[in-house]
Design a protein around this ligand. Structure first.
Ligand code: GA4
Length: 337
């Protein structure tokens, strides 16, 4: 087990968190699941941004709110209670330390494996007064967002004119799918008001791309999420507690031979308001080869990536710092390494 000393606020590097000024920002692609035509926008959204917002998704607000209130209750429990569920190894409760390589953020979190045989029950029963209800709501929520993620992946396959519309979704549906669920709580940081006045900010979760296939994020109405645009500027994503935000992950970028973009994103914390987010990371089984789909390659088009399994990619990623360009290591002609 790696034990990190408690990070100091200076480590959150307020300077690098300052957004680059731009005069105009592009609109975030919007997919309205109640309108069948909306799915035509998916491929373009994944190619141009690797990010989009989903509305009219059909997931009951009651379920979402129930999970948020369970999570709020957990994060407001005494530190000693929360720590019973940590440190993450790799699952469990974490506070400020992210991953194994010294990254820190102004965030508390709970990382859970979604596999039924995982030790997630053990983690939950160690801290909760009513673990049963927490477990049920996490299960119901994960089931619902996974279904939506699969639907979106199938629409993408349709739009890409792939013969097998479940070519991506079957990886999430597989019993061995290595998917993860994360609750992030960004507490307000009053000491940072002074930095905010000077236009600085505090890193909640540093810049990174998600290694999996697809990520489904829902947050409360506190801002903080920022996405990196092609010109290197950061765009703040207006929060919307009734919608979901979807990221293309590194694995989907590889499977589409770079057509879809795995988006770099980060979260900045706030001096006054807390932010709560819940993210489902849909991943493939560990032994799955992550390689461009043959049917997507044009004549003479070669794979941009060396062959690797999800296990190999995951092992490499989890030993890298958060902001590392991990996919660069697997590119055949390394562009950024
Ligand atoms: C980013 C996406 C998910 O939150 C996560 C993260 C994981 C962790 O928090 O342990 C990683 C990060 C994430 C990518 C690089 C490595 C691993 C922290 C880190 C420094 C759970 C995941 O799958 O990859």
């Amino acid at each position: 087990m790696v034990v990190f000393p408690n990070p100091t606020t200076e480590q959150f590097d307020v300077k690098t968190c300052k957004p680059v000024n731009r005069l105009t920002y592009p609109a975030i692609p919007l997919i309205d699941l109640s309108k069948p035509d909306s799915k035509h926008l998916l491929v373009k959204a994944c190619q141009d941004f690797g990010f989009f917002k989903v509305v009219n998704h059909g997931i009951p607000m009651k379920l979402i709110n129930k999970l948020e209130s369970e999570a709020t209750e957990f994060f407001s429990s005494p530190q000693s209670v929360k720590e019973k569920a940590g440190p993450p190894n790799p699952f469990g409760y974490g506070n400020k330390n992210i991953g194994r390589n010294g990254d820190v953020g102004w965030v508390e979190y709970l990382l859970l494996n979604t596999k039924p045989e995982s030790d997630y029950n053990k983690i939950i029963s160690s801290f909760e007064e009513h673990p049963e209800s927490f477990r049920c709501v996490v299960d119901d929520y994960v089931r619902a967002v996974k279904k939506m993620a699969c639907e979106l992946l199938e629409f993408m396959a349709d739009e890409l004119k792939l013969e097998q519309r479940n070519v991506f979704s079957k990886l999430l549906m597989d019993e061995q799918s290595d998917s993860v669920f994360r609750l992030n709580y960004y507490p307000p940081c009053p000491e940072l008001q002074e930095h905010e006045i000077k236009g600085g900010n505090l890193i909640g979760f540093g810049e990174h791309t998600d290694p999996q296939i697809i990520s489904v994020l829902r947050s409360n109405n506190t801002s903080g999420l920022e996405i990196s645009l092609r010109d290197g500027s950061w765009m703040s994503v207006p929060p919307d507690s009734e919608s979901f935000f979807i990221n293309v992950g590194d694995s989907l970028q590889v499977m589409t031979n770079g057509r879809f973009k795995s988006i770099k994103h980060r979260v900045v914390a706030n001096s006054k308001k807390s932010r709560m987010s819940m993210i489902y990371f849909g991943g493939p089984p560990l032994n799955e080869k992550i390689t461009p789909l043959a049917s997507l390659l044009e004549r003479d088009e070669e794979s941009l990536y060396k062959e690797f399994t999800w296990f190999e990619y995951k092992k490499f990623s989890f030993n890298c710092p958060l902001s590392h360009n991990r996919l660069g290591f697997f590119e055949k002609i390394s562009s950024r390494y």
